[in-house]
Design a binder for this molecule. Structure first.
Ligand SMILES: NC(=O)c1ccc[n+]([C@@H]2O[C@H](COP(=O)([O-])OP(=O)(O)OC[C@H]3O[C@@H](n4cnc5c(N)ncnc54)[C@H](O)[C@@H]3O)[C@@H](O)[C@H]2O)c1
Length: 237
């Protein structure tokens, strides 16, 4: 049976790299993203195997509305996420904390709930959640809400793996520093990128496709793997 894979945050970076691999396997990809322009570019590139839909995952009504078109979905890559604005502990902005958690945690849970309600049984049914090593190490200075949100995804992965077994396997990836637009806020220039590379045993940032490769394995091949968090971080922790 052909898989139908819902990928959130699929207009850019890691999500788009996953969509490319899904389509290359001859499967259908459903791409959700908040950016209409990014989705249009993805549709132009991926053609008829991709269905795109503009959805803000933090908008409960938008998610439940879009869920009506998920018939036949068999796999989920719960990937949409933001870093949020850098904040000092002495100058926290509660609305910014709430925005990060609304997208990275509440939206994530809402999408998972809709996926479970709509899904069609499939021999390799699986969810891959996009956590981060920030969920383990606390994240970069000034980005504690992001680290907290990714720590929540690690806990949620373990809860979902327990709750959805044996029908659906659930695993998370914890990428390190991957070369995508999300890094632009913290790596504005070549010097910042070089400093970041020095802190990585592999001496370079990862590529979105290197995360997509692991996602593809967890989705379709890792038949006895569930509840695991796998770092894709070039040796960084
Ligand atoms: N790039 C890294 O270094 C890195 C490291 C660890 C984890 N991650 C995680 O990987 C995931 C993908 O990030 P990326 O690096 O590809 O970044 P990215 O910015 O290239 O892609 C994120 C996508 O999510 C979309 N998005 C943002 N808010 C949304 C919302 N409310 N609803 C729907 N879509 C929304 C954006 O439009 C964008 O297309 C994120 O969850 C991120 O936290 C990235």
């Amino acid at each position: 049976m052909t898989a139908k894979v819902l990928i959130t945050g699929a207009g850019s970076g890691i999500g788009l790299a996953v969509a490319r691999r899904v389509v290359a396997r001859g499967m259908r990809a459903i791409l959700w993203d908040i950016s209409a322009a990014a989705l249009q570019a993805a549709q132009d590139e991926l053609g008829d195997s991709a269905e795109v839909r503009q959805v803000d995952v933090s908008d409960v009504r938008a998610v439940t509305g879009a869920a009506a078109s998920l018939e036949g979905v068999s796999h989920l890559v719960n990937n949409a996420g933001i870093l949020g604005r850098q904040m000092d502990w002495g100058d926290l902005d509660p609305s910014e904390i709430a925005r990060v958690l609304a997208i990275n945690v509440t939206g994530f849970m809402q999408v998972a709930s809709c996926f479970i309600a709509a899904r069609r049984p499939h021999s390799t049914a699986a969810i891959v959640n996009m956590a981060s090593i920030a969920g383990e190490n606390g994240g970069a200075p000034g980005f504690a809400s992001y680290g907290a949100s990714k720590g929540a995804i690690i806990a949620l992965t373990r809860a979902m793996a327990r709750d959805f077994a044996p029908e659906v396997r659930v695993n998370a990836l914890a990428p390190g520093i991957i070369d995508t637009p999300i890094q632009e806020a913290v790596m504005a220039d070549a010097a910042a990128r070089a400093r970041a590379a020095e802190g990585i045993p592999m001496q370079r940032m990862g590529s979105p496709d290197e995360v997509a490769e692991a996602t593809e394995w967890l989705l379709f091949d890792a038949a006895y793997t569930t509840g695991e968090i796998i770092r894709i971080a070039g040796g960084r922790r």
